[in-house]
Design a protein around this ligand. Structure first.
Ligand SMILES: [Zn+2]
Length: 321
């Protein structure tokens, strides 16, 4: 009976996977190459962002921040985090504006969640993210199609600290609970020669930043993985056309914040658009260099080179892609 149940369950899962796959080709939950882990932090920018960036700098680890538009709008200190994140060579990504259930929204509301977040992120950083993560992962086939039409990579995950579940526990206990899945999935049951991970944490829980992040980083590195951003994990450019990406900062031990170039409406004409698709073009909402093929650094180079053609700094940023 147990075997029969298992077979039925397996067939159901296989059928489900087969049924879903054709509709969401951009639903990503693993990297395209083995040996890497994309460390991702959701729900910020929060009060502990500076502390987290200092830890990542100390460990020389690059991460991806899936930010909420509403958190950026909340106060100036949180909004200032975006430039600091970019200055640390981390990646900015979208987690929608209000953290609502995208699957329960109309297409118009879904697009507004994205465009409002893209606009406020551009306002405070000069970039428009090409990666998004749906709150609670709720983005079924119809939602995924909408995100695809906006040129976005729908970013899921395959290992979860579940830190939000344990935030009410004492910090040490919460950290141990959060490490359980990391230990099982990555430390015990994986092989860097064949496996890769997109790892989910949240930056808004104090213990996640105080204790968990360093434990995760140390364990993953000890297992033999290298941390990468989502851009390197997936192989598609981090930002949409029109973004003004600052040059890559050499990984030194500096403590100063590099100057982020001023934004200009002449560089990114879609700035200020508050509704509809970000990056609309005369041929439709999809930006071809982002959504067609897997051009990786080539497309990113076009974005960056276009934005930086006026200065010597452009050559630095382009060459280091
Ligand atoms: Zn979230």
């Amino acid at each position: 009976m147990k075997i029969a149940t298992s077979i039925i369950a397996a067939l159901f899962l296989a059928a489900s996977a087969t049924a879903v796959m054709p509709d969401d080709p951009l639903k990503i939950d693993t990297c395209t190459k083995p040996g890497v882990v994309a460390l991702t932090f959701d729900d910020g920018p929060g009060a502990y962002n500076d502390q987290l960036l200092a830890l990542l700098a100390k460990k020389n680890v690059k991460a991806t921040f899936f930010l909420l538009g509403s958190m950026i709008a909340e106060n100036a200190q949180q909004a200032a985090s975006l430039k600091k994140i970019l200055a640390g060579n981390h990646q900015l990504a979208s987690h929608t504006y209000s953290h609502g259930n995208l699957d329960a929204m109309t297409e118009e509301a879904q697009r507004l969640e994205i465009s409002k977040t893209s606009d406020i992120m551009f306002q405070h950083s000069g970039v428009r993210p090409a990666y998004m993560r749906a709150p609670e992962g709720r983005c079924g086939a119809p939602c995924t199609k909408v995100m695809e039409s906006l040129g976005l990579v729908v970013s899921h995950w395959n290992v979860d600290t579940n830190d939000w579940r344990f935030k009410a526990l004492a910090p040490a206990a919460a950290t141990e609970k959060s490490m359980e899945e990391i230990n099982k999935v990555i430390i015990q049951d994986s092989n860097p020669a064949t496996d890769s991970f997109i790892l989910l944490e949240h930056e808004i829980h104090k213990f996640s930043v105080d204790l968990l992040a360093e434990r995760v980083i140390d364990a993953v590195i000890a297992k033999g993985y290298k941390f990468v951003t989502m851009e390197e994990c997936v192989g598609k450019p981090a930002y949409l056309t029109g973004s003004v990406v600052p040059p890559v900062v050499p990984p030194t031990t500096n403590t100063t914040v590099p100057v982020v170039p001023p934004t200009s409406s002449s560089v990114a004409p879609s700035a200020g658009v508050t509704t509809g698709a970000p990056q609309k073009t005369s041929s439709g909402p999809i930006v071809p260099s982002i959504t067609t093929g897997n051009k990786g650094a080539n497309s990113a180079g076009l974005v960056r080179a276009g934005a930086w053609a006026m200065g010597v700094a452009a050559a630095v940023g382009f060459a280091m892609l």
